[in-house]
Design a protein around this ligand. Structure first.
Ligand code: DGY
Length: 312
């Protein structure tokens, strides 16, 4: 029987399968283990089931001599030093497919909420700021027939494109490697939606220069990773009206400190990294993570093994 450390309680019953097969310790707290606590638990573990809030760096990996498999409960795995794991022949798994549609739904929900000022309008009803129906009240952007720019055409980007087609939108797409196409997309889009993994090539891809290319009426949507956007530049672009709005499921760091200047910026909607937060997606992510751990401990290929090329 191997020992597996699971860094948080997971929805559904997948962990019962893990407990039945292996000696399993589940971190019981709501907040993640500290780096020192994680390292202490990893030291004796054959398998680690981790979350995107756990930093699995080379130091932790070298302090875990028995480790055979790391299953990340996420499609993104920028929290794991995959090179360091691979150098030790430790398999690394993730949970694509399970959350594709849920995350695309959330991207579209953010697009519609920010385009049509839903949060602001609902707030005005509750506070009594809404006095009467008026022709110029709460005017927002058209969504049907607008142009959406999708940056990153992996599973989630494609799922967003399918939704956009239903709204009669013109869909522009690009991968980051194509700078010319990216510039064209930024200049033309009414909504720009990010669906990229965080890598050294995508870090701060949306910087001051990229924001300057966007229309003053455009809205930026980010459901990928916070650090794909330069948040200082974004706060500036929102404050000066260089773009019309932004809706973020992800920030860097998470949560944003309440005093972060970005939170003072106008026309900004931020939600707490809930892209995959449906019962079905989160339970399926747990099942896949457990399948990955069981395969890795058996010495089999993981059903969802990460590869350096994979996108979202
Ligand atoms: C992921 O899977 O990478 C999301 O950010 C959380 O589900």
């Amino acid at each position: 029987m191997a020992h597996v450390f699971v860094s948080r309680q997971l929805p559904g019953s997948a962990l019962d399968r893990l407990r039945a097969a292996h000696d399993t310790t589940v971190w019981p707290e709501q907040l993640p283990p500290t780096p020192a606590q994680l390292r202490e638990h990893a030291a004796g573990a054959d398998g680690l089931l981790t979350l995107l809030t756990d930093h699995i760096d080379a130091e932790l990996i070298s302090a875990a001599p028995k480790l055979k498999v790391i299953a990340n409960y996420a499609v993104g795995y920028d929290n794991i030093d995959v090179d360091a794991a691979t150098a030790r022949s430790i398999a690394v798994g993730n949970t694509p497919d399970a959350l594709t549609e849920a995350t695309a739904d959330l991207a579209f929900a953010l697009l519609m909420a920010s385009g049509r000022r839903i949060v602001e309008a609902a707030g005005a009803v509750r506070t009594g700021a809404w006095k009467t129906w008026e022709p110029g009240g709460f005017l927002g952007a058209d969504i049907y027939g607008a142009t959406i720019g999708i940056i990153g055409l992996g599973r989630i980007g494609q799922a967003v494109a399918r939704r956009a087609a239903g709204f009669g939108m013109e869909v522009l797409t690009t991968e980051t490697r194509d700078a010319h196409n990216l510039e064209h997309l930024l200049r033309r889009s009414d909504f720009v939606s990010l669906h990229l993994p965080l890598t050294s090539g995508t870090h701060h891809l949306i910087n001051a220069d990229a924001l300057a290319l966007m229309k003053p009426t455009a809205i930026l949507i980010n459901t990928s990773r916070g650090a794909v956007v330069d948040q200082v530049a974004l706060a500036q672009a929102l404050s000066t009206g260089q773009i019309a709005g932004a809706a973020l499921d992800v920030t860097d760091p998470e949560p944003l400190p309440l005093e972060d200047p970005l939170l003072q910026a106008p026309n900004l909607l931020v939600v707490p990294h809930i892209g995959s937060a449906t019962w079905t997606a989160r339970e399926r992510m747990a099942e896949i993570s457990v399948d990955n751990i069981l395969a890795g401990l058996d010495g089999r290929p993981l059903p969802y093994q990460v590869s350096a090329q994979a996108g979202f």
